[in-house]
Design a protein around this ligand. Structure first.
Ligand code: IMP
Ligand code: MG
Length: 196
């Protein structure tokens, strides 16, 4: 099991792409349950609205929601992201809005990874204008070294080094989201050169 988990086989990826496991599925699940308990502990009486940022946050959100006892509702938002490359364009655009109003509600924004912070800064600005009762942020992963915008998450699964990671919802060119753990993706030099 341990040996099998070290490098993820090519069935998930393509030639020239290699993924090395960084965080196993079991560690992720344990940590998400801890965060779920912590969130309910912080808001013992309140109905919670979890807002997932599509698509990367879906697996984190689904485990988190099931770990929080009591009243929990879900909504989703989508923003334009990295596209096919591993570098951010720095531009954030809303591509799908929430279905319902968040006014007066206790909202937890659930995101896969906090990188430069541009995405969350943009979302938090929009959400604050809509007058929620409380607004919190939960991220599965945090890459503090890469931060540009002054954004902090209230709940962080794992702080990770400045590497491009895939799995547990995180993608490279829309692939690898279905990996059960999180791994570091490396590309052969020729593949990197082909990207802009
Ligand atoms: P930020 O706006 O730079 O904080 O980036 C947030 C978004 O970029 C995340 O929601 C991800 O979709 C994407 N992203 C950032 N780092 C990674 C990574 O290492 N792997 C995959 N996607 C990433
Ligand atoms: Mg994302």
């Amino acid at each position: 099991m341990a040996a099998r988990e070290k490098t993820i086989r090519s069935k998930y990826g393509r030639p020239g792409e290699k993924v090395k496991v960084l965080i196993t599925r079991d560690r992720i699940h344990r940590r998400i349950l801890e965060i779920a308990k912590q969130i309910r502990g912080d808001f013992p009486e309140e109905p919670l609205l979890l807002v997932g940022v599509l698509k990367g946050a879906v697996f984190f959100l689904s485990d988190l929601a099931r770990g929080i006892p009591g009243e929990v509702s879900l909504d989703f938002i989508a923003v334009s992201s990295y596209g096919k490359d591993t570098k951010t364009s720095g531009q954030v655009r809303l591509t799908k809005d929430l279905d319902a109003s968040i006014e007066g509600r206790t909202v937890i924004v659930v995101e896969d990874i906090l990188d430069t912070g541009m995405t969350l800064q943009y979302l938090l600005r929009i959400f604050e204008q809509r007058k929620p009762k409380r607004l919190r942020v939960a991220v599965l992963l945090d890459k503090p070294e890469r931060r540009i915008a002054a954004v902090q998450a209230d709940y962080v699964g794992f702080s990770i080094p400045n590497e491009f990671v895939v799995g547990f919802g995180l993608d490279y060119a829309e692939r690898y989201r279905n990996l059960q753990g999180v791994g570091v993706l490396s590309l052969k030099a020729q593949d990197k050169a082909g990207k802009s």
